[in-house]
Design a binder for this molecule. Structure first.
Ligand code: ARG
Length: 580
């Protein structure tokens, strides 16, 4: 695999430049393949990277340096050709060896984690990563932002896990605050236990809307809400048990929806868990001299560089109750003690970037240096996520509608009739479509949700990935038993197959890059390209009608491509389908 060749080239460089092999690994990269133009080189070495890391002097003429180094490096039976390009040195490896190394472990046990043992990926720090995502608010809308957080967080967790980290997936529910005062007080008047059991999310939301309306003009209702919330804060059992019921039912319901999305959590925490600790945080801030009182009587932390209160963050209301950020501070401190994470990642829309910035700043001011290992991954807004009947309130409605639209599209294809569980396939197709839509650009950009565009079967969409995977599965299935233990690499020297292997050389680099900036677009583009290459290979490297050993070799190539495709899709959070 890629590491074999990288190592060989690094050895060469190490001998010539008298530095350890490892220093060259990051400067070496597989050459991306392009549609029209065939690339003769497989790897390239960036001379400016060597200059930046002071392996080469940074004052000389870069092109001269490049050419000079290229002539010093000797080719051999593995690295067949070495040439100077523009600021890079190109390496071409022996074709037959390329085929052999890329495919020899296929189907064997040590191949389980394709690419993970790569030199490049082992440079990444491994440890415990806590990823917090989804985090909807009970009784309020599960909006498009929560859905986006769910799928982005799931991607980050999958990626970190596949890179060998111990990952904790956490959902931090908005399960505390004044809305529970309203809900608790309103439930007696507008709520119904029967409806709550039948359709909990909808019913809680209805009650919440009604009681909010009522409270607008009814002082008694407002007072009742305040009373209820105070009872909650004082842990009075009746109030707590009603609240607990709302929470339990909601979590059950969400778990069901997450399952449809192929997402799970290890821990359901929430703001409620940290209400007492939030008061302790306030005391700690006070004892460290960080808590100031504003003119309005609220408790604030001064975050201005000059210490002149020109930029403050409120952590305490004037009535002594805590806020969202206070609970976040408490929750983070608690997590650092409980889970001893090496990094913690929060996924929310970009409107909360200011919140996270202040929150991390306060942690640092409190002396929690691990706040440097906390990261907020912001994403852009999704506009116009609507169902036929109008504005979306419940995620389940979107999923139901997506499933039915997808089934409708699928009904045109004849394989649907042979399908075991078309509904399940429809769901997986839609989830591929959705992830794809969300992931193909930078996470920070906003986009508009558009059913028609989303469900398009043609072009570069999630359906294309699923289709390619299903087609490969069917090819492999049809030829079950035909693969042999041995294969002859000289039967796969056509450019089409070499191009696929060259592309696969990049897989670990793509994962490496994704781990650096946590952006899924690198993987999306890599997989798309792979699917296009596979489509050409289906045309140009037929299995049917070829001699047995050619067929075996080609099946091995298709099998390898299929396993990388499936691996990448799973990291994105897409469950590959075998049939469609
Ligand atoms: N529940 C919040 C919301 O819906 C998101 C929570 C994000 N996580 C956090 N630790 N603040 O806006």
């Amino acid at each position: 695999m890629a590491c074999f060749f990288r190592r060989r080239i690094a050895e060469k460089l190490s001998k010539t430049l008298q530095q350890s092999e490892d220093t060259f690994i990051p400067a070496l990269s597989a050459v991306p393949v392009f549609k029209k133009q065939q690339s003769a080189a497989d790897f390239k070495l960036s001379i400016s990277a060597l200059r930046n890391s002071q392996i080469l002097p940074s004052d000389g003429d870069i092109q001269l340096q490049t050419e000079d180094l290229a002539t010093q490096l000797k080719q051999d039976s593995v690295v067949e050709d070495i040439s100077a390009g523009c600021g890079v040195i190109n390496f071409k490896v022996n074709r037959q060896l390329l085929v052999q190394k890329m495919l020899e472990t296929f189907g064997k046990e040590q191949d389980e984690k394709f690419g993970l043992n790569s030199e490049l990926l082992s440079r990444l720090k491994r440890g415990t990563t806590l990823v917090e995502y989804s985090s909807p608010n009970i009784a309020k809308k599960f909006h498009a932002g929560h859905l986006r957080s769910t799928i982005i967080g799931n991607f980050i967790a999958n990626l970190k896990q596949s890179l060998g980290n111990n990952v904790i997936r956490m959902n931090y529910l908005g399960d505390w605050g004044m809305q529970f005062g309203l809900l608790g007080a309103g439930f007696g008047q507008f709520g119904c236990q029967e409806k709550l059991k039948q359709n909990p999310l909808q019913h809680l939301f209805e009650v919440y809307v009604q009681v909010n309306k009522e409270a607008e003009h009814n002082e008694d209702m407002k007072q009742a809400a305040r009373d209820f919330f105070r009872q909650l804060e004082q842990h009075e059992s009746e109030a707590v048990s009603l609240w607990q019921q709302f929470r339990d039912i909601t979590v059950d319901e969400y778990q069901h929806i997450y399952k449809r999305l192929g997402v799970h959590f290890d821990i359901y925490s929430g703001e409620s868990f940290h209400q007492d600790q939030a008061q302790e945080v306030v005391q700690q801030l006070q004892s460290r001299g960080l808590l100031k009182t504003s003119e309005r009587g609220t408790g604030v932390v001064d975050l201005s560089p000059a210490g002149d209160m020109s930029s403050v963050c409120t952590v305490l209301r004037s009535d002594g109750t805590t806020l969202y950020i206070t609970r976040d501070l408490a929750a983070a401190i608690d997590r650092s003690e409980k889970y001893r994470f090496d990094e913690m990642i929060y996924v929310t829309d970009k409107s909360q970037a200011g919140h996270f910035h202040q929150f991390f700043q306060i942690l640092l001011a409190m002396g929690h240096s691990w706040a440097d290992r906390c990261l907020h991954v912001p994403f852009g807004l999704v506009r116009g996520m609507k169902t036929r009947s109008g504005e979306v309130v419940f995620l389940e409605d979107v999923l139901d509608e997506a499933r039915s639209r997808m089934l409708h599209n699928m009904s045109r294809s004849k394989t649907t009739k042979e399908m075991h569980d078309p509904e399940d396939t429809a769901e997986k197709l839609f989830s591929a479509v959705r992830m794809f839509q969300d992931f193909k650009g930078p996470l920070q950009s906003d986009y508009t949700f558009d059913w028609d565009r989303m469900l398009q079967a043609q072009g570069d969409t999630g359906v294309f990935l699923q289709y390619t995977h299903a087609r490969l599965c069917s090819l492999i299935q049809k030829n079950e038993g035909a693969e042999a233990d041995m294969f002859d690499p000289s039967l796969l020297l056509e450019q089409t197959s070499i191009t696929i292997l060259q592309h696969l050389l990049r897989y670990d680099e793509v994962l490496y890059q994704s781990a650096q900036d946590l952006q899924p677009k690198h993987l999306v583009n890599f997989l798309l390209k792979l699917c296009h290459l596979i489509a050409s290979a289906h045309r140009e490297l037929p299995v049917k009608g070829s001699s047995q050993d050619v067929a075996q070799a080609r099946l091995r190539l298709f099998g390898r491509a299929c396993s990388v495709l499936a691996d990448g899709m799973k990291i994105l959070g897409i469950t590959p389908v075998d049939k469609m």
